[in-house]
Design a protein around this ligand. Structure first.
Ligand SMILES: Nc1ncnc2c1ncn2[C@@H]1O[C@H](COP(=O)(O)OP(=O)(O)OP(=O)(O)O)[C@@H](O)[C@H]1O
Length: 354
């Protein structure tokens, strides 16, 4: 298990002025789970990544792996501890002049592992990433996705407890990205490692992460289970995790319901129930819906051809009973492309239903 406790990182600029890049990060990644860290450029993702991989030491705070605080170590103890964290880099960072097998063997060779044992372990690792047949190839002969899988095999060589994936799917085509993410989800299940997925790709977060932390100006602005955040629907995180394209104004639509489907299982009959509950027209204006194994995850925009409060309350009551989260937008001008929900016209389920 990885625990990051009140982590601060300060740098000193050339002028002597101190700058605090990480301002008290708290994050726990249990064994066998994947936590994504996302955030805008400059938020501090790379700095956090370097601190987790112990390439840089934090100014204060703790980085605990299975309860052991690695942030206070130095010298040999620090070098040894680095083994418990395997890093997968953005462009695989393989050495181009040696073969795939030799790349994977490097961490073992540096540790002085005996030749026979090393060969067996390299074969096992390449088998795990489905690239044993490329053992004698050179990195330049691999696709981007294959090179990244070799990077994962190398990161696993020393049996780390933590896998840190630093933008490892950036720049890959969708198929290779899917393969890498599937591999990571298999690894967390098979090996029970804790995985930190630093990424700017929300598709990757939705596809692989159990939890996500939104980093902003060196602080965690929002953190939670991916499905919970999408299901809440009212936070900036939901909008980033599952963006809904703006919908055009539709003649006759007087009320817009923004409905979120998240971690709560819902009866698919809700849409029919909604249509029956109001005597006005009900239309699906837009949205995004994804299949997440046992249930759909999504955000939908539904239009009602009425702004009668009893009708709207009846619609909201149906959605509420189905366990769906809804934000209501009403008035003469809805929906308008790209216009954010008008605060005065936006009410939550409880407010409207009450
Ligand atoms: N060595 C350093 N000295 C001073 N400031 C630094 C140093 N390293 C990073 N910073 C600053 O810390 C802030 C966070 O940088 P960081 O690279 O961690 O952000 P990021 O979220 O990874 O951004 P990006 O997505 O663009 O890579 C930036 O304002 C950056 O200028």
């Amino acid at each position: 298990m990885l625990e990051i406790v009140d982590l601060h990182k300060r740098y000193e600029l050339k002028t002597g002025r101190p700058v605090e890049v990480l301002k008290g990060i708290d994050l726990t990644v249990p064994d066998g789970s994947i936590t994504a860290v996302v955030g805008p450029s400059g938020a501090g993702k790379s700095t956090l990544s370097r601190c987790i991989s112990l390439l840089e030491m934090p100014s204060s705070g703790q980085i605990l792996v299975d309860g052991r605080n690695l942030s206070e170590l130095s010298g040999r103890a620090l070098r040894d501890s680095r083994r418990s964290i395997g890093t997968i880099f953005q462009h695989s960072a393989l050495l181009r002049r040696i073969t795939v097998a030799e790349n994977v063997a490097l961490p073992l060779r540096n540790l002085g592992v005996e030749h026979g044992e090393m060969e067996a372990r390299v074969a096992e690792l390449l088998e795990r990433v489905d690239l044993l047949h490329k053992a004698d190839a050179y990195p330049g002969q691999l696709s981007g996705g294959q090179a990244q899988r070799v990077g994962i095999a190398r990161a696993l060589a020393l049996r780390p407890r933590i896998l840190l994936s630093d933008e490892s799917t950036s720049g890959l085509d969708p198929r290779s990205t899917h393969q890498i993410l599937r591999l990571l989800t298999e690894l967390r299940a098979d090996l029970g490692v804790s995985i930190v997925l630093i990424t700017h790709e929300m598709e990757a977060v939705r596809a692989a992460a159990d939890e996500v932390a939104f980093l902003d100006h060196g602080r965690i602005a929002e953190h939670g289970r991916v499905a919970d955040l999408i299901g809440r629907g009212d936070s900036p995180a939901a909008g980033q995790l599952l963006p809904v394209h703006p919908v055009e104004r539709v003649p006759g639509v007087r009320t817009v319901l923004r409905v979120s489907l998240g971690s709560v299982p819902v009866d698919p009959a809700w849409f029919g129930d909604l249509a029956r509950a109001v005597s006005a027209g009900v239309s699906l204006l837009g949205g995004t819906l994804e299949d997440h194994g046992t249930r759909p995850l999504g955000r939908l925009v539904i239009g009602l051809d009425t702004d009668d409060q009893r009708q709207v309350a009846a619609a909201v009551a149906v959605l509420d009973a189905a366990g769906l989260r809804v934000i209501v937008e009403g008035g003469a001008d809805v929906p308008v492309r790209g216009r954010p929900a008008d605060a005065d016209l936006t009410r939550e389920v409880a407010g409207v239903a009450a």
